[in-house]
Write a protein of this length. Structure first.
Length: 367
């Protein structure tokens, strides 16, 4: 019989014991939960989860292993993983390693055998909090002191962004897109490539002047971790570029567009994370099932006099999920239309970006 050897301690003093997998290390993070039934590899490798310990509400994790073609980034930076039942014997002809092996390679701790239903209810009731994963022998008072003495990070984007410019080209390209990397998911780049876009991915602190020198047809603002107000270099860049080029933002990029336009953001109680969030498209009156991963939202009341209008609304809590400024050819969504493994109800948004770039090109030729 296995003996429990790890535990997590939340800052309110609650403890959950379990079994270690992945890296045998101690870590202090923010605790969040994700309701997706599949896609744990994409979650683990999503840079937006930097410094967050994720509770998976679906009970069985690890059963199809890790596949080389399914990563969202090359170096996962998730804070940790909390699951009910971890399977270390995958059944999948595509798998090349186990989830535990991936976590160990990247020094990411995991814990299984936890009552994830009880833990998720706690997060929903009391909100996201700080948590430590540690040895089961660590006294609670010592664990709480470590949480208290660990500073809250504000540099996540600078840690996950590309360190230098890189390219993803496609056959017979129609457009050149510059993607500002705040922690970009690789499936975003793949989605743009499929629609005939050559993509140049640049670090988050690339000045507007350098981006203009690349002569882009459009600018893409990526997802990423942390508080959007901490990403001042990108906010300032967008202020200089908006109105000059079509701009499309996803997740953190959506929040940055709002801040660059004069609106405000705020932190949600426990955020939105999962693959089943219903969103109303106000233009079509259709409901889209979306994949989401964010702690912050745009304050709708602050949108007055910004030129931005609300295009999408979350049907669970009525938060802003989409924005648009038609005159400046800027639009954004809080959720993930590129989502892998799904849902894919909102993939049309990349086509909207293409239309904006076509319009801008045609207008430039007329002038």
């Amino acid at each position: 019989m296995k003996i429990k050897n790890k535990k997590i301690v939340l800052e309110d003093g609650s403890e959950y014991c379990g079994y270690s997998f992945g890296a045998d290390t101690e870590r202090v993070c923010e605790i969040v939960f994700n309701t997706s039934m599949v896609g744990y590899q994409e979650i683990v490798s999503d840079p937006s989860y930097t410094d967050q310990m994720v509770v998976m509400t679906y009970p069985l994790i690890g059963n199809y292993g890790i596949c080389d073609d399914d990563f969202e980034c090359k170096n996962p930076s998730i804070g940790g993983l909390i699951v009910y039942d971890y399977n270390d014997r995958p059944s999948n002809f595509r798998y090349t390693k186990t989830l535990s092996e991936l976590l160990e390679e990247n020094n990411i701790p995991g814990i299984s055998g936890v009552d994830t239903r009880k833990l998720t209810r706690s997060i929903r009731d009391l909100g996201s909090r700080r948590v430590i994963i540690t040895s089961i022998d660590t006294p609670k008072e010592e664990a709480l002191e470590k949480i208290k003495n660990t500073p809250v990070p504000h540099d996540q984007v600078s840690r996950v962004t590309s360190k230098k410019r890189w390219y993803s080209r496609t056959a017979n390209p129609k457009f050149n897109v510059v993607a500002i990397d705040c922690g970009i998911k690789l499936n975003i780049v793949r989605s743009l490539n499929k629609l005939g876009c050559n993509v140049t991915v640049v670090p988050f602190n690339t000045p507007a002047e350098k981006i203009e020198f690349m002569k882009p047809d459009g600018i893409f603002l990526s997802n990423g971790p942390g508080d959007p107000e901490d990403v001042t270099p990108v906010i300032e860049t967008v202020k200089k570029l908006k109105g000059k080029y079509p701009i499309f933002g996803i997740c953190l990029g959506h929040q940055i567009i709002a801040l660059a336009s004069g609106a405000k953001t705020y932190k949600l109680k426990f955020g939105h994370r999962g693959g089943n969030h219903p969103v109303l498209n106000k233009k079509t009156e259709k409901i889209e099932i979306t994949s989401q991963n964010h702690s912050y939202a745009v304050d709708e009341k602050s949108l007055e006099n910004t030129g931005l209008s609300v295009t999408h609304i979350n049907l669970l809590d009525k938060t802003v999920e989409g924005l648009e400024n038609k005159e400046e050819r800027i639009f954004s969504v809080q959720y993930h239309p590129e989502s892998a493994p799904g849902p894919q109800d909102s993939g049309y948004l990349f086509g909207e970006f293409i239309k904006y770039m076509e319009e801008a090109k045609n207008n430039a030729q007329k002038n």
